[in-house]
Design a protein around this ligand. Structure first.
Ligand code: GDD
Ligand code: MG
Length: 362
């Protein structure tokens, strides 16, 4: 079975992390998110993958190339203007001549695709939608289905008064190729608002099947953060849990630094004397953490420079950030290349755009 991964959204809710980095390339445990997704598909014997990009995304193509390095075969499509989720798949139609899988590009899951395919075939479905339970369905697509799994209704981003179930669209579909005929070419068209409701109206066999497997959409900084906590906490069976400390190649940890796992340190990092890392913590490659700096429950991307006595807590820092001596950030999200001058503080909920210099008055 081939798979189409939708990687063309604007990723507005994940800003400032995605202002310079496409959502598919944000690092998760120091590896681009999409590499985890491709690894997942490959584990399920899906090795022929089409990446449906919005506009050309050079960082994706230059990193993944033809996919050989990752044991898969990759094809790419681009859109002149955003085609929406279903329109993006229609745009890949020349690659699709048999039952295929579609995956939203921001989903991390342990879901068993083979079981889903078996269900799809048993039901003779035209479309099978993966369901997952969530606490609050209002930011997802709500799906009501009957006991046999046949979908009764699909409500994208339901209002509070429309919530009748906690089951939502997990952003994974198995689709028969004839469904492509119901998607108009070269115009914006959505699975969620258009295709699924229209198929239901016509009485087409659209099914949905739940699973308790690990699932998350990394569409906001909070969810992106949560994925790290979950992976480091052992909630996905693709990572081993525990209080492990992983140290990359050519990284130097001062013998008087204190590290309490789970902590992942990338390659070529330096951790200075008296520094304290209290996991869950991820530090990107090429980072330098100077003496007596404290990092707690935070995700730091590549090439960070943290001066002496800096404190970082509950925060996410994109690439190339510089925190001068004795500065503090807590509950903050920094875009790339932010500088926080000596002694400055950034408090909970702050979002700092790439390139900003945070000065004492801030
Ligand atoms: N190529 C392309 N072109 N991709 C697109 C486009 C487009 O015009 N628009 C969105 N995408 C991609 C996004 O990059 C993302 O990977 C996926 O389609 C879904 O878009 P999101 O913007 O992340 O949607 P959402 O999270 O609000 O809602 C969707 O996912 C939920 C599950 O996480 C819906 O499918 C919901 O029904 C679902 O519950
Ligand atoms: Mg999403």
């Amino acid at each position: 079975m081939k798979a189409v991964i939708l990687v063309g959204g604007e990723a507005i809710r994940l800003r400032p992390l995605t202002l310079n980095t496409p959502k598919a390339m944000v690092p998760v445990l120091n590896t681009p998110f999409l590499e985890h997704v491709i690894g997942y598909l490959s584990q399920h014997q899906i090795r022929d993958i089409i990446l449906a990009q919005g506009r050309l995304t050079p960082p994706i193509e230059s990193y993944f190339g033809d996919g050989r390095r990752f044991g898969v075969r990759l094809s790419y499509t681009v859109e002149n203007s955003p085609l929406g989720t279903a329109g993006a798949v229609k745009n890949t139609a020349k690659y699709l001549d048999e039952t295929f899988l579609v995956l939203n590009g921001d989903i991390f899951t342990d879901r068993d695709i083979t079981a889903m395919l078996t269900f799809h075939r048993e039901k003779k479905a035209k479309v099978t939608i993966a369901l997952t339970p969530v606490d609050d369905p209002t930011s997802y697509g709500l799906i009501e289905s009957n006991a046999g799994g046949r979908v009764r209704c699909f409500v994208e981003k339901p209002g509070r008064d429309e919530v009748t179930t906690n089951m939502i669209n997990a952003g994974i579909y198995i689709i028969e190729p004839e469904v492509l005929a119901h998607i108009p070419p070269r115009v914006s068209f959505s699975f969620e608002h258009e295709l699924f409701p229209q198929l239901l109206e016509r009485g087409e066999p659209v099914y949905a099947t739940p699973s308790p497997a690990y699932w998350i959409d990394i569409g906001t900084p909070d969810k992106y953060f949560q994925l790290h906590l979950d992976l480091l906490g052992g909630k996905s069976h693709r990572f081993t849990p525990g209080d492990k400390v992983q140290i990359g190649k050519q990284s130097h940890i001062h013998p008087e630094a204190q590290i309490t796992g789970p902590v992942v340190i990338g390659n070529n990092c330096t951790i200075g004397q008296g520094a304290r890392l209290m996991g869950p913590v991820v530090i990107g490659p090429g980072s330098v953490i100077e003496e007596d700096t404290i990092i707690e429950r935070s995700i730091i991307w590549q090439n960070a420079r943290l001066g002496a006595r800096v404190q970082v807590k509950n925060s996410i820092m994109a690439g190339d950030c510089r925190l001068e001596a004795s500065s503090t950030i807590d509950g903050s999200v920094l875009g790339d290349n932010v500088t926080v001058l000596g002694g400055c503080k950034l408090g909970p909920g702050s979002r700092t755009w790439p390139g900003t210099v945070v000065e004492p008055a801030t």
